[in-house]
Design a protein around this ligand. Structure first.
Ligand code: ZN
Length: 263
């Protein structure tokens, strides 16, 4: 697969997977998600790669799913078509990030919204620039039940997750650090250096030990019901795509939804 919407490089045991549509605030098109998934599989299979870094070229990590492309290609999907599309592109791809046997660090600056929030939070660690902000506004903007993968309560606790989704607002990097959702906040100018220093340090550890410890921690969360809860929410989210409220938001158009998000 040739990469048009992401950039992929490997150096010193670290694979770098970059959202690469800076002119579109790194909106996640179908191509971008397909390519990111292909790169995750490639990095997983490559014995030279010990750690993965997800980042975004330009000012933002990612403003979320490419809603313009969605409106053009998928606005009138049947329940069955949307289910199949979202199960593969959102749920399966997200779980592939979660299940990758190698540590993954998300390096986040600027906007990290909805679909972008979902991808960043499937990673094991998050390093945030001081200008980063996190948001999932879709209850307000689209009448949808959050994004497809409800990782929120697992990375910030139930009360904060409810606040984020009910209010639809932005969470700053400082607040995300305070509640334990991100591991480190650094000045914007130092984001790349700090992220790759962390990756290089992790890359010194024995890969098989890292694989086992990641598996054990993820299994702890599975024992608490993470995977069952994610699958259950996916079904619920699909229901929210066929409500009158959602159809109303779709018919009022994308510009309106974006305007609402900015308010
Ligand atoms: Zn959806």
């Amino acid at each position: 697969m040739s990469y048009t919407d992401i950039a992929y490089t490997v150096e010193g045991g670290v694979a770098r997977l970059s959202h690469n549509r800076p002119e579109m605030r790194n909106a996640e098109s179908q191509e971008l998600l397909d390519q990111l998934d292909d790169a995750v599989r490639k990095a997983t299979a490559d014995p030279a790669v010990r750690v993965l870094v997800f980042d975004g070229k330009g000012e933002h990590f990612s403003a979320g799913h490419d809603l313009k492309q969605g409106a053009a290609k998928r606005a009138h999907f049947t329940v069955e078509e949307r289910w199949a599309y979202e199960e593969l592109h959102y749920l399966e791809y997200a779980l592939r990030i979660w299940d990758c046997p190698k540590p993954i660090i998300a390096s986040v600056q600027g906007a990290c919204i909805a679909g972008g929030f979902m991808v960043a939070n499937m990673c094991d660690l998050i390093v945030a620039a001081d200008d980063a902000f996190f948001s999932d506004p879709v209850c307000h903007t689209l009448g949808a039940a959050a994004v497809e993968v409800l990782i929120h309560p697992w990375v910030m606790g139930a009360r904060k997750a409810k606040e984020m989704l009910f209010m639809g607002g932005r969470m700053s990097a400082t607040e995300a650090y305070r509640i334990g959702m991100v591991n480190k906040v650094v000045p914007r100018a130092d984001l790349e250096t700090e992220t790759f220093a962390m990756a290089a340090h992790i890359a010194k550890a024995e890969p098989f030990a890292l694989k086992l410890v990641k598996r054990s921690i993820n299994r702890t969360l599975d024992a608490q019901g993470l995977r069952t809860a994610l699958h259950a929410h996916f079904d619920t989210h699909q229901l929210s795509h066929v409500t009158e409220a959602f159809k109303g938001a779709r018919d009022r158009g994308l510009a309106n939804a974006i305007k609402k998000a900015k308010e």
